[in-house]
Structure formats: structure tokens, C-alpha cells
Design a protein around this ligand. Structure first.
Ligand code: GDP
Ligand code: MG
Length: 386
């Protein structure tokens, strides 16, 4: 059967992507349609495509057959001559029949947000475990699409229909992958128990994708960590030893970034990775404070953590990239002391938040001191006494 819809932009001439979003009446939740589309553009660029145009349609609800309305469809079709797109990406999950109908009408490849994210993950997974998890997510995506086709295509007649064959193959693949991932999971659990016995606390970096987790990891531990201005540059968790200012040792773990509308298959497939978070003694939430949607991003991370049952884990927040902020007179910030004005309003609502610049190494001393104080009782006591 056909493998998932994949982009191979490095092997082929550059894909030219046209982006489409529907704004349903009453809004799309926390995220503005425009910001979500902006993020979709970054996702498309991460997958190696060039964004050549975009369209938003306001609708009561998505059209069942084409997701967008007939008129908009005609408009987008006409756009092709002007922008020369080779691919249309929708900022939402399409049903299998919507996807098919759209490909028939537009005569180009049609992807949805989930397939795009899965494609990025597929090309970025480096370790065996990462690849297993991506394979499982893709198989589950295929499965959910095949499942929704059921009932629409007749299954009468002797022998197995193509749909039945596909379903059987995907089902078997999912089963196989689940067994392999279960083995990985047991191995990780064993490793975690051994680690726990050593008594070294674990600090896990969490945050929205591109917030600067890997950069902070590198700044703190000197580890050679992959850093890139792309979404999901890190797929596989990485753990490094770190010595705190008072001499205590901790283990620091870098994790995969979160994103809004994270496909449910991915959350499930990455459970083994995310389980690392549940074993952590402290979560260090990294926020790109300079991003126009910093608040929505931080809340999205909090929501996912709550979903994973980690809402009450001890945590510190690092408000990162402050070197990109400007002072009130518009001049660039040259150090943390320039941020006194921000600090005041900040402490009003987030007492556990610290300004840092992972890139410049600003604020790391204070941050690590607080890590130590949060994790080690005697440091806490000493601080209070002194
Ligand atoms: P991750 O996805 O959270 O791991 O983010 P990365 O560590 O890969 O960083 C994403 C991008 O943000 C990279 O281009 C980094 O160089 C940049 N970045 C990270 N921290 C800072 C910072 O403190 N200041 C500035 N200006 N850029 C940063
Ligand atoms: Mg990273």
C-alpha cells in the first residue's frame, strides 16, 4: 500500500506551498487564525518548502466535502497560475474524503497540518527509538484515515477488498511497532530506576518548539546539542550531567518541543519520551518571551503538561531571548540590568520566572541557584537562614 504522504524537498525541486486556514464562527480557540497560519508557514519552511501564498476563509463550520467553500476553492485554483504552487497545506486535520476531493479539484498534492508535522518528525528522528515512535505515529495516522473510510466503501463480495487488505497491513504494522516501543519503554524504565537509585535529581527542559531549550541546555552544560532555527530540531531526548553553583549535581534532559494542535497520534507515540518528564524532579519551562504569541505558547505547554498529569510538578520558568528585547527608549538591551522595568511587572504574576538569554549566557547563575534551592532542602534552609 501507499506509504504516508511525504515531502522530500531536499531530493526534489523546491516545493512551493500555498497555505489555507478556515476561521470558524466564534474563533478557533486560544489562537488567532493569523498566528496559527504564521506557524504553519514556519512548519512548511522547516519541511523545506517555500511559502508562495496564503488564504483564510471565514465559515460557520468547515465544508464537509471540501473543507473550504466552493467559491474559495475556485479562487485558490485560479491562484495557481500566479503563484505556481505545487502543494496546498491546510491548517487543520482534513478527513480522508476532503483530502481526496481537494486533490481532485486542485490537481496538486494536498497536506494537512498533522501530515506536515509527521513528515518533519520523520525526517528528523535520529535514534532508533525516535524512528520507531515516528513510524508508529504515521501508521496510526493512516489507520485513523482508513477507519474513517469504512462504511463508505462497500465490503460486499467474495475475497478481501483493497481497504480490508490495507487495514490488515496497517493494523499488523501498528502491533509490531507497539511491541518494539514497549521494549524501549521497559529499557527506559529500568534505566530511570537505576538513575533514581543514584539519587541524582533530574531536571527536564520543556517548552514550545523553538523556545530555546537546546540552546539553554548547551549554555548550561556545554553539551554539543543540535540547535537550529527550525521547528522540532530536537526529537530525541538527550541527558547531560550538570554541576550547580553550590556543587550539587543534577541531570538535565532536553525534550521534544510542544506545539498547538499537536496531533494526538504524536502525543501517544511519544509517550515513551514524555514519560521522562513524569520522572523529572523539576521541570524547567523555557518561553521565548520575544515571540508575539509567547503567552499562547506558554499556555499550550501548560495545557499539554496538565493533560499528561504533570500540572503540579515543581517548575521554574525561564523567559528566554531577552537579548532581543528593546528598552523603553528603543535601544537594544545589553544586559539583564536593562530589564529592571520588565522585572517589576513580571514578578506580579510569575514568581517562579527568570529572565535569561541562553545565547548570551545572561541570567544563568540566578537560574541555576534557584534550581539548586528548589531541589535541595539544605540549600533552601541555608538561603533562608542567611
Ligand atoms: P528549541 O526548539 O527550544 O530547542 O530551540 P533552540 O535551542 O533550537 O533555539 C531555536 C532558535 O532560537 C535558534 O536559532 C537559537 O539560536 C535561538 N535562540 C535560542 N536562545 C536564544 C536567546 O537567548 N537569544 C536569541 N537571540 N536567540 C536564541
Ligand atoms: Mg531543541
Amino acid at each position: 500500500m501507499k506509504e504516508g504522504r511525504r515531502l522530500h524537498p531536499t531530493a526534489e525541486p523546491e516545493e512551493r506551498a500555498y497555505l489555507v486556514a478556515v476561521e470558524v464562527k466564534g474563533g478557533n480557540g486560544r489562537w488567532q487564525t493569523e498566528s496559527s497560519l504564521e506557524e504553519l508557514a514556519l512548519l512548511a519552511r522547516t519541511a523545506g518548502a517555500r511559502v508562495v501564498g496564503r488564504a483564510v476563509q471565514k465559515l460557520e463550520s468547515p465544508h464537509p466535502a471540501h473543507y473550504i467553500g466552493k467559491g474559495k476553492l475556485t479562487e485558490i485554483k485560479a491562484e495557481r497560475g500566479r503563484s505556481g504552487y505545487t502543494l496546498v497545506i491546510f491548517d487543520d486535520e482534513l478527513t480522508p474524503s476532503q483530502q481526496r476531493n481537494l486533490e481532485d479539484a486542485l490537481k496538486v498534492k494536498v497536506l494537512d497540518r498533522t501530515a506536515l508535522i509527521l513528515d518533519i518528525f520523520a525526517r528528523r528522528a535520529r535514534t532508533k527509538e525516535g524512528r520507531l515512535q515516528v513510524d508508529l505515529a504515521q501508521a496510526q495516522y493512516q489507520w485513523s484515515h482508513l477507519e474513517r473510510l469504512e462504511g463508505r466503501i462497500g465490503t460486499r463480495g467474495p475475497g478481501e477488498t483493497q481497504l480490508e487488505t490495507d487495514r490488515r497491513l496497517v493494523r499488523a504494522k501498528i502491533g509490531r511497532l507497539q511491541v518494539q516501543i514497549e521494549a524501549v519503554r521497559r529499557h527506559r524504565a529500568l534505566y530511570r530506576r537505576r538513575r533514581a537509585r543514584t539519587g541524582v535529581p533530574v531536571v527536564a527542559l520543556v517548552g514550545y518548539t523553538n523556545a530555546g531549550k537546546s540552546t539553554l541546555m548547551r549554555a548550561l552544560s556545554g553539551a554539543d546539542v543540535f540547535v537550529e532555527d527550525l521547528l522540532f530540531a530536537t526529537l530525541d531526548p538527550l541527558t547531560r550531567r550538570l554541576q550547580l553553583p553550590g556543587g550539587h549535581r543534577v541531570l538535565l534532559t532536553d525534550t521534544v518541543g510542544f506545539i498547538q494542535k499537536l496531533p494526538t497520534q504524536l502525543v501517544a507515540a511519544f509517550r515513551a519520551t514524555l514519560e521522562e518528564l513524569s520522572e523529572a524532579d523539576l521541570l524547567l519551562h523555557v518561553v521565548d518571551i520575544t515571540h508575539p504569541n509567547a503567552a499562547e505558547q506558554a499556555q499550550t505547554v501548560e495545557d499539554i503538561l496538565a493533560e499528561l498529569g504533570l500540572g503540579r510538578k515543581p517548575r521554574l520558568t525561564a523567559l528566554n531571548k531577552v537579548d532581543r528585547l528593546a528598552r523603553t527608549d528603543g535601544s537594544p538591551v545589553r544586559g539583564l540590568e536593562d530589564l529592571a522595568q520588565f522585572e517589576l511587572s513580571l514578578s506580579n504574576y510569575r514568581p517562579d520566572a527568570f529572565f535569561v538569554s541562553a545565547l548570551q549566557g545572561w541570567g544563568l547563575r540566578e537560574l541555576t541557584e534557584h534550581m539548586e534551592e528548589t531541589l535541595f532542602a539544605e540549600v533552601r534552609a541555608r538561603r533562608r537562614a542567611g
